[in-house]
Design a protein around this ligand. Structure first.
Ligand SMILES: *[C@@H]1O[C@H](CO)[C@@H](O)[C@H](O)[C@H]1NC(C)=O
Ligand SMILES: *[C@@H]1O[C@H](CO)[C@@H](O)[C@H](O)[C@H]1NC(C)=O
Ligand SMILES: *[C@@H]1O[C@H](CO)[C@@H](O)[C@H](O)[C@H]1NC(C)=O
Ligand SMILES: *[C@@H]1O[C@H](CO)[C@@H](O)[C@H](O)[C@H]1NC(C)=O
Ligand SMILES: *[C@@H]1O[C@H](CO)[C@@H](O)[C@H](O)[C@H]1NC(C)=O
Length: 388
């Protein structure tokens, strides 16, 4: 089955309103991962002004309501979950970590700015379990680059309990936050001890790649290079992905684990849903799967229904673009990324360089496959050879 929601999901084309930010520099104590890097944790104030979608349905009272909504979202005829838009101001705290390499080789002023996808916070890039095998942050530092990771609104240590899953965490807000963080970083704020960065390379996973793509569509000059992982524009199968993930109201799955989240936040009903949506059999260690289940971040229903890959248009972006997909990604390539990963190039006609990599054997969560560092090596080779 193919993603057959062209009509209704076009409603999700988001008018990204003007946005502004105000920020204070507040370095806390250096944090882990500290072996290869000098790392600093930040609590970053971000003010957003966006035109936000309004959730137009009754809030979920139980998991039957959740399955009912997904049933409507995946059907082939139009379904509009929204009740219009409104202009809103957001005032959030975004939790972030900046690391620069301890061993300098001249690349440290190039900063990778990483945005995670649904189901994860910044630990997608910096898991505490077996970082030598899985940590993109550690790998980046080992190549002499700096990196900035953050928790999307509604996840990790960023503003969470104050924001309903039916409102704030949606594509326009997350985009405004990514824009604000980029502007701050360019000014040299939250950049640890490297001063002002010389270049910023945006990298995303899945929903984070959709935000990254939209960022450079909206502001073509904002980035010096982008790496989109776990995301295709041509062939997708999100109905299968959603069904495989088996999403339920987070507080019914793990009462007390996700305190303060309302019923608009969903998480896998069990680890099998996580495995089915993100991992490919035979290419992952069950131990890391259990770790990802432990750190799983509920996603706001508004994130699921805003910001779809189908809405991504072509861009004026002129920097280098890389796309990396797990070979057997179910949601993004309908289970086979060979031959379709290359097609993202259509969106980046002005890119100075384009490279597509299919990561052998991997599922959607590339960073937790057996050969994650193989993918990291390809990514950092691309960054280096494009002069970033
Ligand atoms: C939102 O702001 C835009 C531009 O600032 C304006 O054109 C539009 O009418 C506003 N919409 C609402 C619902 O207030
Ligand atoms: C944002 O919220 C903080 C904490 O409540 C407050 O101190 C600050 O004044 C607010 N900023 C704006 C621009 O409203
Ligand atoms: C953005 O980049 C384009 C092409 O490189 C250039 O023509 C344009 O002036 C830039 N715009 C801004 C606002 O810097
Ligand atoms: C997009 O996918 C279709 C198959 O669904 C294929 O025929 C087409 O060539 C693809 N486009 C590109 C640019 O790869
Ligand atoms: C590991 O990943 C790299 C980058 O995609 C790839 O070139 C290499 O063949 C992979 N190794 C194995 C054993 O799959």
């Amino acid at each position: 089955m193919r993603y057959s929601m062209d009509v209704q999901w076009k409603l999700l084309l988001l008018p990204f309103a003007s946005m502004l930010s105000s920020s204070l520099c507040a370095p806390l104590q250096p944090s882990s991962p500290g072996l290869m890097g000098n790392c600093y944790d930040y609590e970053i104030p971000v003010i957003t002004q966006t035109q936000a979608q309004i959730f137009g349905l009754p809030k979920f009272s139980d998991n039957f309501d959740v399955s009912g909504l997904f049933g409507n979202l995946i059907k082939r005829t139009p379904f509009n979950p929204f009740a219009g838009t409104q202009n809103v101001t957001g005032n959030y705290t975004i939790s972030a970590t900046f690391c620069s390499p301890k061993t300098l080789n001249g690349h440290e002023k190039t900063v990778l700015l990483a945005t995670s996808g649904l189901g994860y916070d910044s630990r997608y890039w910096a898991p505490s379990m077996n970082p030598a095998a899985y940590s993109f942050v550690d790998y980046t530092l080992s190549r002499g680059y700096s990196i900035f990771v953050y928790d999307r609104l509604g996840t990790g240590k960023s503003t969470k309990s104050a924001v309903s899953g039916y409102s704030d965490p949606q594509a326009s807000t997350q985009l405004a936050i990514l824009k604000s963080l980029t502007d701050d970083l360019k000014k040299g704020l939250y950049a640890g001890d490297i001063g002002q960065p010389s270049k910023i390379v945006h990298i995303g996973h899945s929903y984070g790649s959709i935000l990254t793509h939209t960022l450079v569509s909206t502001y073509p000059n904002i980035s010096d290079g982008i790496v989109l992982t776990g995301q295709t524009t041509n062939v997708t199968d999100f109905p299968a992905f959603f069904e495989a993930a088996r999403l339920d109201i987070a507080n019914t799955v793990s009462p007390g684990k996700y305190q303060g989240l309302d019923s608009g936040y969903l998480v896998y009903a069990d680890i099998i849903g996580n495995a089915a949506a993100f991992f490919h059999p035979g290419n992952y260690d069950k131990e890391i799967l259990w770790y990802t289940q432990d750190i799983a971040q509920p996603s706001a229903i508004m994130e699921f229904i805003t910001g779809q890959p189908k809405d991504l248009g072509s861009t004026e972006f002129t920097g280098p673009v890389m796309v990396v997909n797990g070979e057997f990604d179910g949601g993004n390539c309908a289970g086979d990324c060979n031959g379709v990963t290359e097609s993202n190039k259509e969106m980046f006609k002005l890119a100075s360089a384009f490279e597509a990599v299919v990561q052998p054997g991997a599922g959607h969560a590339i960073n937790f496959c057996f050969n994650a560092t193989g993918a990291y090596s390809a990514i950092m080779d691309f960054v280096t050879k494009n002069g970033l």
